[in-house]
Design a protein around this ligand. Structure first.
Ligand code: T3D
Length: 266
């Protein structure tokens, strides 16, 4: 079948480019399946230490393809309505979970508009940077839905309840600069620099102690749901494990020897 994700390896960084530019990279079942497959392959490849997710054309992703027969409501009178929850159960939930549990960091380089599921999958990545001309739209309420792909979990955590509800209820387009000011994303860069800046960032992460990065993500996510003391204890448990890792020995040795570390764990 057609390749809807363009994959490219640059050293230890695997670039995954959503590649349905004629449809603003809107998600079809095929595209979602290919993206999940690509994530599995990156997770399984020991030489890949960072994923860079981006889009081709003028959009990052317009979210669910509303013309896709899996979800498009039939306009025929008397037609049986479809259960669009199946699409979430079968495709989006496993994808969102895999992104969040990947054994390597994931950078999202948002090159243009990111709407609906496209916005929330991007916001679920570890470091999100965007081009100046990019924008984020919680498009769900406009078509009678609620934010999915983790939107109800992510948005209040990223920007607080007041702004989260404003974004989700109104479904207005938020420009990249405002998204950064709100704390929705990490960084905004000039359009012409996006791919380079994202690659430098991804290469930097790829050279860092992968396990520590991934445990940091997990510990922060878990800490959101727990009290202070539990977070302290979880940190301690993870720290003991990391203390036995090659990368910890290497990191401290390199610091003491005033040389660049060479991290290997994954
Ligand atoms: O299980 C389930 O299905 C539930 C899962 C839900 C997950 C979701 O993601 S729900 C949200 C789905 N996405 C949307 O509602 C976004 C709809 N699109 C827009 O709001 C806007 O198109 C954008 C903000 C993304 C971009 O705006 P703009 O002005 O830059 O472009 P445009 O002119 O609106 O769109 C260009 C074309 O793409 C246009 O087609 P045309 O007129 O050139 O033939 C437009 O219809 C089409 N398009 C845009 N988004 C979608 C789409 N076609 C199908 N599905 C789309 N999501």
């Amino acid at each position: 079948s057609e390749h809807l994700i363009q994959i490219e390896q640059q050293g230890a960084v695997r670039v995954m480019r959503l590649n349905r530019p004629e449809a603003l990279n809107a998600f079809t079942a095929t595209l979602l399946a290919q993206l999940r497959q690509a994530l599995e392959a990156a997770a399984a490849d020991a030489t890949t230490r960072c994923v860079l997710l981006t889009g081709s054309g003028r959009a990052f992703s317009a979210g669910q393809d509303l013309a896709d027969p899996h979800v498009a409501p039939s306009r025929e009178p008397g037609a049986v309505p479809k259960d669009i929850g199946h699409m979430l159960e079968q495709y989006y939930i496993p994808l969102a979970l895999r992104l969040r549990s990947l054994p390597i960091p994931v950078v999202a380089a948002v090159n243009g508009v990111a709407a609906g599921a496209g916005a929330n999958l991007a916001l679920g990545c570890d470091v999100v940077i965007a081009a100046e001309s990019a924008s984020f739209v919680q498009a769900f309420s406009r078509i009678g839905l609620i934010p999915d792909c983790g939107g109800t979990w992510l948005l209040p955590r990223l920007v607080g309840r007041a702004k989260a509800l404003e974004l989700a209820l109104l479904g207005d387009k938020v420009k990249a600069a405002e998204a950064q000011t709100l704390g929705l994303i990490a960084r905004v860069v000039p359009d012409a620099d996006l791919q380079d800046v994202a690659m430098v960032l991804a290469q930097k992460l790829a050279g860092m102690p992968t396990r520590a990065l991934v445990e940091t993500r997990r510990a922060m996510d878990d800490a959101m749901l727990s009290d202070y003391e539990s977070a302290l204890k979880r940190e301690s448990g993870l720290q003991s494990q990391l203390g036995f890792s090659h990368d910890y020995l290497e990191g401290v040795a390199a610091f003491m020897d005033k040389r660049q570390p060479e991290f290997k764990d994954r």
